[in-house]
Design a binder for this molecule. Structure first.
Ligand code: HEC
Length: 482
């Protein structure tokens, strides 16, 4: 029997430090001795410490990530207090009635409520009522460029003022003067889950050679199973069809899953970069460097051959396509207009979506480090950072599901000039990141509730173009309102 208040204090502290879940121990004083200094006042753990000590082991280190979830038992103050106090024994949630006072439970619940408010700030209530959107610094109105493209995944601007737009369902369109025409000769794609036709990219010398690149989910039958992988087709645009099609890249191995393909491409100084997702197999792919191209970014020459100065060599000392690794599902690639660095957006787990600056040979950490937690609420890793792993420049809690990205260098939108634009699939808006050098110093939410925003580009005319998925599928041009 513990009788000394000092010992009680010591035990309580030890419990806090060890992170043990004190569900059954009560600190009732069974003697008539009243401590001169009550225990609660000498050791006051705030809600943040209590969360870290008693909750993070099961719900993840970051309270914010925990709050980005579908609540089963409600997320009001009283719901949280009830859950913490009584637990849900059947579901594996312990009761903390004997660990905390009612006051502590209330404070802990209020602390969690803060995280919930942060998530709710992204739930824009109303569908847009007009094509005009106000932001802090600028008002814009939407000009509809194309409709009827179900999942417009990517846009490319042609020298004749037209635009090529992919539909993930496996179609490529030529859009001019708001009219669209289908282009024949695209590859067969596996348009299931997140798969299909992805990026359309022009060769840097397109005006001379009419060469384009398409990334897509390439199907393959093996042992009666339908597999797929991220691949690149290079082809020539001649009138309304593609000719001279050649598959110049296939990420190996093929996988049976239908998600996390990556598929974004960008040219820089004549080299072609392609992002490949880890296909939902985080344990096998992103950290494996031997004959595994999933969960990585690759660098090729324009003809698909491998630059000899790529950072990784195979066992014969020959350069491989690999450029960096440890990536989960990269969905945006863009070259910074001033520094020339390659920037990337990546779908992390819940509460762990990232912006990275990509440097050759580097490990981006997945799944060894992450700011996010699993979708079922279980922690993936207790490490957000580690030695030898490059930390993201920015991470989003809650996860916004970033898509295409573009740097805004034109003078068309003066108050936004220099910002980075990132589409949000999950919250259906355009995220604007104000930059100071490489640092994101502020963010603004534009085009709230516009629909799943799949791609954003700045055209040669300096205007922003956005591609929105069904059910409100469209390609829009943003016109500033004076
Ligand atoms: C031993 C693991 C464990 C610990 C420790 C734990 N929980 Fe839970 N908790 C669960 C499980 C399992 C569930 C039910 C499954 C789920 O919803 O994630 C749950 C559910 C909940 C819910 C209800 C969620 C909903 O959807 O309605 C709340 C609120 C909650 N926990 C808060 C806490 C708080 C606050 C702490 C720390 C004081 C804590 N939990 C500690 C495992 C744990």
């Amino acid at each position: 029997m513990i009788t000394s208040p000092t010992m009680q204090k010591y035990l309580r502290l030890a419990l806090l430090l060890s992170g043990t879940i004190a569900t059954t121990m009560a600190f009732k004083d069974n003697t008539n001795y009243t401590p001169a200094i009550p225990v609660k006042e000498t050791f006051i753990a705030g809600p943040a410490e209590n969360y870290a000590t008693y909750c993070s082991g099961c719900h993840g280190e970051k309270m914010d990530a925990f709050t980005d979830r579908n609540w089963k038992h409600g997320n009001k103050l009283t719901d949280l207090m009830k859950a913490i106090k009584n637990g849900y024994a059947d579901e594996g949630m312990p009761a903390f009635a004997k660990t905390f006072t009612d006051k502590e439970i209330k404070e802990l619940s209020e602390y969690i409520l803060k995280g919930i408010k942060n998530v709710e700030a992204y739930n824009f209530d109303n569908a847009p009522v007009s094509a005009t959107f106000k932001s802090d610094r600028l008002t814009v109105t939407l000009d509809t460029i194309a409709t009827g493209i179900k999942v417009p995944w990517s846009m490319a601007f042609l020298p004749d003022g037209a635009m090529l737009v992919t539909d993930r369902n496996g179609k490529l369109y030529y859009v001019k003067d708001k009219q669209k025409q289908e282009i024949k000769g695209v590859p067969d794609v596996l348009a299931e889950g997140q798969g299909g036709l992805f990026e359309i990219l022009l060769h840097p010398d397109f005006a001379k050679n009419s060469i384009i690149y398409l990334s897509y989910s390439k199907p393959k039958k093996a042992n009666g199973k339908l597999l797929a992988t991220t691949a690149i087709m290079r082809a020539k645009l001649s009138g309304n069809s593609l000719t001279d099609q050649l598959v110049i890249f296939e990420a190996l191995p093929y996988a049976p899953t239908r998600h996390h393909y990556g598929g974004k491409m960008v040219f820089d100084k004549g080299d072609l970069y392609i992002s490949v997702g880890e296909r939902g197999n985080e344990q096998q792919n992103p950290q494996s460097l031997n004959d595994n191209q999933l969960g990585k970014i690759h660098r090729l020459k324009e003809d698909g051959t491998i630059p000899t100065d790529n950072p990784f060599k195979d066992k014969d000392g020959k350069a491989t396509s690999l450029y960096c690794y440890g990536n989960r599902n990269p969905q945006g690639l863009a070259i910074h207009p001033v520094t020339g660095a390659l920037w990337e957006t990546e779908h992390g787990p819940r509460g762990g979506d990232e912006i990275n600056i990509i440097t050759p040979g580097i490990n981006y950490g997945w799944p060894l480090t992450s700011y996010g937690i699993n979708y079922d609420g279980k922690p993936i890793t207790d490490k957000a950072t580690a030695k030898g792993i490059k930390a993201p420049e920015l991470y989003w809690v809650p996860s916004i599901a970033p898509s295409g990205m573009a740097f805004l260098t034109s003078n068309v939108y003066k108050p936004w000039k220099g910002a980075l634009l990132v589409g949000s699939l999950r919250f259906k808006y355009l995220n604007l990141c104000y930059l100071d050098g490489n640092k994101v110093i502020g963010q603004e939410k534009l085009l709230k509730n516009i629909g799943r925003l799949r791609d954003v580009r700045v055209g040669p005319d300096g205007y922003i173009y956005v591609a929105i998925e069904e059910p409100t599928a469209a390609v829009y041009k943003l016109i500033p309102v004076q």
